[in-house]
Design a protein around this ligand. Sequence first.
Ligand code: SAH
Length: 393
Amino acid sequence: MEKAVILKRGKEESLQRFHPWIFSGAIQRIEGSPEEGDTVTVYTNDHRFIARGHIQAGSITVRVLTFKDEPITYDFYLNRISIAYKLRTSIGIAENPTNDTYRLIHGEGDNLPGLIVDIYGDTAVMQAHSVGMHINREQIARALKETLGSRLNNIYYKSDTTLPYKADIDKSNYYLSGGNASNISIENGLRFHIDWLRGQKTGFFVDQRENRSLLEKYAKGRKLLNMFCYTGGFSIYALRGGAELVHSVDSSSKAIDLTNANVAINFPNDTRHAAYAEDAFDYLERMGNNYDLIILDPPAFAKHRDSLRNALVGYRRLNAKAIEKIQPGGIIFTFSCSQVVSKENFRTAVFTAAAMAKRNVRILHQLTQPADHPVNIYHPEGEYLKGLVLYVE
Ligand code: SAH
């Protein structure tokens, strides 16, 4: 019997608008006893084909891979991956001698829900968020090699923290291909050590590339605090931009070591930079009023809808402290990467923070994720990174 999902009457509407998720409430019955990660065909209640995708446990029951009646094979992945690569080359992000750090596959944004691939030099770090992508990982690796050719020598599979935790599968990280990788990659001409073995996410926050470039333009002569620095990305751009002083802060001492290493390979013996392992709120409390450029790029405060309220309180507190303490004429780059926090939610939190600090604040820029993290127009949930650049009188 074919592995199939039959929808309730009328529940195909969002699929007709190409939304790639099917929630459990839309399903009338499941046929053919599929297991988590299997490919299933989705039919309307009157038995018309509507989509094909990976089935999974949980409220999102199917992640749609295609709205065409086509098989999910090696050729399917090859086609999707080569479209994604062509997009990045055509806009100058891939095959760029001054930049070999980019996201090649951004899940739904590249019509491959559940799959993330970041490129660091000649290494791809691949991350599965669904059991279906986990099962297909070797096909995907082959398709990556065929698409990138000699540009790709290593593929590291890193899904131990992103696969559904209840799934009964071996989630170990390992090299699907190669393994002798240099871990230095180049972003806009700057060099970074990428620790995909032990680091967070795939090893680096590729999504801040353009926002770091904007920061560089504002850095000249300024005294900068890079709060939640992780690998020190913003700090290194600020040093190149001519900042007078750069302080990087992160609660993780591993992050501080990475930041120091990244400063050292780009600006050896540069005395303008210092890094501190300390909690953000403690540091903001005790720091003086010396900074005139502050970056706030915290981890996702809300991972689920139920923690939204607390997250907004967190953003408000954080921003209020920075707005209160920054020098007159100072600039703040403030971000939220929580998907469940909307642009409006975030703006309201920052607005309330400004009012609490009783300062005049203008919005200079409204920032988001770069073009290698595209948003599928039928899946607005894919827009997750929000940033504001503030001018504080
Ligand atoms: N701005 C970084 C990414 C930040 S990721 C970049 O451009 O790459 C968020 C960072 O916040 C992580 O490195 C994490 O260690 C740090 N962090 C989490 N909670 C913290 C806290 N309470 N105080 C300071 N840093 C914290």
